[in-house]
Each structure stands twice: as structure tokens, then as C-alpha cells.
Design a protein around this ligand. Structure first.
Ligand SMILES: Nc1ncnc2c1ncn2[C@@H]1O[C@H](COP(=O)(O)OP(=O)(O)O)[C@@H](O)[C@H]1O
Ligand SMILES: [Mg+2]
Length: 505
């Protein structure tokens, strides 16, 4: 079948990021096609290229087999590619019919033919099985219905390709059903629909085929019926099942939880509206809990509540048995909680400051700036931790920006380790660092736990999560959907299955 839309070797760069790197993609008439990938994979960029929002840096776009140059949103619509965004771009106080025909009103003797406009709008709406009074002002309807009106308009303007980027994220169940009915009707009329949603249930309900992107590259194109959820998740996060088997299999040491240690921290129904659904979590001293999930699943957000970096707005937190409300990171540090953030450049280290200055920062903040650490004390601490973590160069006065990624990460760890934390939260501590430094940091985590530190370990690499954790909390769509004991039977496949299906606890 001739694709209605095809892209070949598409390339799009932003300063410092290759958002699309030689992507091929085909959309067939009369299909609903899912564009899948973790946050940052390049989905929205691809859509923005197809709708003329971004110019491309390479590659070509073909419509019905012929090359086209998409120069802007209006021109994209002229050649048959329409998008409906979550925020509907219509005029709320005009009628539904007027919105459908804005800018292309039917006319008679030079005047707008209101009757014809209403009649045609009513037909369009009826064809899609929608119960909408086209004479009523648009804003008398819910946002969900307004979105449907935008779709009706888009399809009537140019009915070949309809792009829906996360249209369902704010819809309730019935509204989603209504949208899907409309999508099916349009598909049956031959419209090609490109659909982005991070709800896997929806993908499997509505989509015929899918294209998976990973880090700006094409990972593959699949029939939905031929790729089950677990395998889809593994394609998205890039963990080949076979490869992981070899790493994870029989040789991995069982990590039994230190069940006799006291519970250091316990969260009950901890939540932050719009960021994390209520979750329960108990962490014992000496226990490593891994957090797994796709990028954007809420791992960092869940952890930030335990550090007071974000305030919770529901649920309770107990630290060493006592109910506690963390008013901010300083509170958390005073309770023995440390948080080594994912982004060592923007949230963590200060590049201009020296290794020593960076190392003492958290301790100094915890003491309060009115009680400065003496220079001798600073030198002593810095040297001790430079030695303990083998930070190179071993010179406390080197500006931190001159260090390699792995060594910077160690400086950040040192900063938190000198506060002698009882719970250490590590968010992607090994991302982007060399293999040697990575192994050292993993060893350090295991050793800290053996010495009684509780650790919350966030990583996108399942292999590493399984190697270190006693227990794995799985997040999906900002919800903790499972907590799995790492009892030696736990495999990357089972974690991926939990990410994919959201098996309840
Ligand atoms: N306007 C922009 N300027 C700079 N970088 C961008 C811009 N838009 C997207 N990016 C980057 O491009 C990559 C892909 O982003 P995006 O297409 O939004 O991914 P997705 O929609 O799959 O989550 C990310 O690294 C993102 O930070
Ligand atoms: Mg996006």
C-alpha cells in the first residue's frame, strides 16, 4: 500500500541535542498509528517537523509518494496534514458551526451563508456520531468536546493526515471513549491518524501499528498485534530481553532485604497533586530500594517528596517512627536524608567552585551559614573523601568543571556522604559516566547499605537496579504500580512486564 505520508532520513538538531537522527516513518491511509518512545525520544519534534513548526536539517518528506517541502503550519494544512493540540486553538464564544468554518465560511452573493454553514456543520458532526448542537457557543461544551470540534474542523479542512499529540491526557474515561469513536470513524473514512499517548492501554485499544523512537532514532515499526506490551517497553527503554538474560541470570546474587533492621522511613499515601499519585513505601536501614519506570513515570517526583524538595499535599511521612512534615531540604538533611540529584550540572555541582567547596556545600548548608566550617576542617574533609572515592585529579582546589563526568559524580556523592545520611537518595547516579566510575559507584552503594544506610536508587538501567536493589518499586504514569522483592527470581522481564501492565501491588 502506498503510504499517505512518508519521511526518510529525517534529521533535526537543537543546540546540543540531535532530536531526530535519520528517522524513517510511514503512515498508511486508514490506519491509527502510534508514535511511541520515552520522554525526549523525539515524538513531538517529529510532529512539529511534519506540521511545519520546525524546519528540518536533513531528510525528506513525501506525500502520496511525492516529495513536499513543509514550510509552515498553514501550508502543512493545505497539503493535508492537520494537528490538534491539547490546548484547543478555537474561538470559545463563537458557535460550534462558526468554529468549524472560521476563515472558510460558505458564502452566497458575497455574504456568509449562515444556514448552509449550520447545515454542513451539523452533517459533519452527525457523520462522526457526535451529539453536538452546532448553534451553541463552543464554550458551552467541555474541553473534551471542544477538542472534538477542533478535530471535526481539521479533518474537514484537509482530511488526509490527522495528528493527535497526547490528546487524552486530560480526558476522563467517557471522553476518551468518545474520542476513540471519532477516531475509528475517521479511520474508516480513510484518514490516516498519528496518535501519541503515554497510556499503553489506549495504544493497544486503538492503534493498528506503531513506530518506536529511542533517543531520536528509529527503533522499529510494528503491528500492534505482533508486539506485546513487555516487548514494547523493552524497545522503548532499549533493554534487549536476550541481552539482559545473560547479565541478570543465575549468577546474580540474591539480595534479601534486611528484614530485621528498623524501618527508617515510611510513606503512607504520600502524594502531590499533578506530580505523584498516592504511594506507600517503607525503607529499612541497610535496604536498597530501586525505582524503575519509563522516563517521566514519576520516579524523581516520588523521591523529591521524601527530601522535601517538593511539598507533599497528602499522606503522611514517618521518619524513625515519628510523623514528620518536611518543610524543605534542610529539614530532610537534619533528619539524615540526602538527595543526590540527577542533573549534576544544573541542580548539583557549581562548576566554578573547587572540589573542596563543592564537597562541603551540603554540610555547610545543614549547619547554617552563620557557623562556617573552618578552612582546616574543609581541607580535612575534602582530602578524606577525595581519597575514599578516588576522585581525580586528587587536588581539592581544582575547579569542578575541569573534572570528568564520573569524577564530578563522585564529588556530588562525597558532598552527601559527609552529611552521614541515614537515607541516601540517588537519582541516576551513574548516567553518562564511564564504565569504571560506574562500577565504583555501584560498589559504593552496596557497601553503604551493608553499613546500614538505606538507599533509594533511581536508574533507567534495569540491570543495575536489579544488581543493587533488595526491592524494586515500579512506577507508571506517576503511580507506584508494584513493589517487587528481588528474591533471585526477579528478572528484567518481570520488571518490564510490571512497567507495561501496571500489575497492582
Ligand atoms: N525547541 C527545542 N529546543 C531545544 N531542544 C528541544 C526543543 N524541542 C525539543 N528539544 C529536545 O529534543 C529532544 C526530543 O524532544 P521531544 O521531541 O519533545 O520528545 P518527546 O515528545 O518524545 O518527549 C529532547 O532532548 C528535547 O529536550
Ligand atoms: Mg512530546
Amino acid at each position: 500500500m502506498q503510504p499517505v505520508l512518508e519521511v526518510r532520513g529525517l534529521r533535526k538538531e537543537f543546540p546540543g541535542v540531535v532530536a531526530l537522527d535519520g528517522v524513517d516513518f510511514r503512515l498508511l491511509p486508514g490506519e491509527v498509528h502510534a508514535l511511541m518512545g520515552e520522554n525526549g525520544a523525539g515524538k513531538s519534534t517529529l510532529i512539529k517537523v511534519l506540521t511545519g513548526v520546525h524546519p528540518v536539517d536533513g531528510g525528506e518528506v513525501l506525500l502520496a509518494g511525492g516529495p513536499v517541502r513543509i514550510t509552515g503550519p498553514a501550508q502543512a494544512q493545505q497539503v493535508g496534514i492537520s494537528t490538534v493540540y491539547q490546548e484547543v486553538n478555537l474561538c470559545p464564544n463563537l458557535s460550534v458551526a462558526e468554529n468549524v468554518f472560521i476563515g472558510r465560511e460558505p458564502r452566497r452573493f458575497g455574504l456568509i451563508d449562515w444556514a448552509a454553514m449550520r447545515r454542513r456543520a451539523a452533517e459533519l458532526v452527525r457523520d462522526l456520531d457526535l451529539d453536538i448542537d452546532v448553534g451553541a457557543p463552543l464554550n458551552s461544551y467541555s474541553l473534551a468536546v471542544q477538542q472534538l470540534v477542533a478535530i471535526v474542523r481539521a479533518v474537514d479542512v484537509s482530511a488526509k493526515v490527522l495528528i493527535l499529540d497526547e490528546p487524552t491526557s486530560s480526558l476522563d474515561r467517557d471522553e476518551v471513549r468518545q474520542l476513540f469513536t471519532v477516531m475509528r470513524r475517521l479511520r474508516d473514512q480513510g484518514v490516516a491518524i498519528l496518535f501519541v499517548s503515554h497510556f499503553l492501554d489506549q495504544i493497544y485499544e486503538i492503534c493498528d501499528r506503531m513506530t518506536v523512537l529511542r533517543n531520536g532514532r528509529l527503533e522499529g515499526e510494528y503491528l500492534t498485534s505482533e508486539l506485546d506490551r513487555t516487548r514494547l517497553v523493552s524497545r522503548m527503554i532499549g533493554a534487549e530481553l536476550a541481552g539482559l538474560d545473560g547479565l541478570g541470570g543465575g549468577k546474580r546474587r540474591e539480595r534479601t532485604a534486611p528484614a530485621t533492621e528498623p524501618v527508617f522511613l515510611q510513606a503512607d499515601g504520600l502524594t502531590r497533586r499533578g506530580a505523584v499519585e498516592p504511594y506507600d513505601l517503607a525503607v529499612r536501614s541497610g535496604e536498597v530500594i530501586g525505582l524503575a519506570g519509563l522516563l517521566g513515570s514519576g520516579r524523581t517526583e516520588a523521591a523529591r517528596l521524601l527530601f522535601g524538595a517538593d511539598r507533599s499535599d497528602g499522606g503522611t511521612l514517618r521518619i524513625e517512627g515519628a510523623e514528620t512534615a518536611l518543610r524543605g531540604p534542610r529539614d530532610a538533611i537534619a533528619h539524615g536524608i540526602a538527595f543526590c540529584s540527577e542533573n549534576r550540572k544544573t541542580e548539583g555541582l557549581v562548576g566554578e567552585l573547587t572540589v573542596r567547596e563543592n564537597i562541603v556545600l551540603a554540610l555547610q548548608a545543614a549547619r547554617g551559614w552563620t557557623r562556617p566550617l573552618s578552612r582546616t576542617a574543609q581541607d580535612g574533609l575534602a582530602l578524606r573523601w577525595i581519597r575514599a572515592l578516588d576522585i581525580r585529579p586528587a587536588n581539592p582546589e581544582t575547579p569542578v568543571r575541569n573534572l570528568s563526568g564520573g569524577n564530578q559524580q563522585k564529588v556530588l556523592l562525597a558532598r552527601w556522604l559527609i552529611t552521614d545520611p541515614k537515607l541516601l537518595i540517588l537519582d541516576e547516579p551513574t548516567r553518562g559516566i564511564d564504565i569504571g566510575a560506574k562500577a565504583e559507584i555501584q560498589k559504593l552503594v552496596a557497601r553503604l547499605a551493608e553499613d546500614g544506610t538505606a538507599v533509594l536508587f533511581i536508574s533507567a538501567e534495569l540491570e543495575e537496579v536489579l544488581r543493587l536493589s533488595h526491592r524494586v518499586g515500579v512506577l507508571r504514569d506517576r503511580r507506584m504500580v508494584a513493589q517487587l522483592d528481588n528474591d533471585g527470581e526477579l528478572t528484567p522481564e518481570r520488571v518490564m512486564a510490571a512497567i507495561a501492565s501496571g500489575a497492582e501491588q
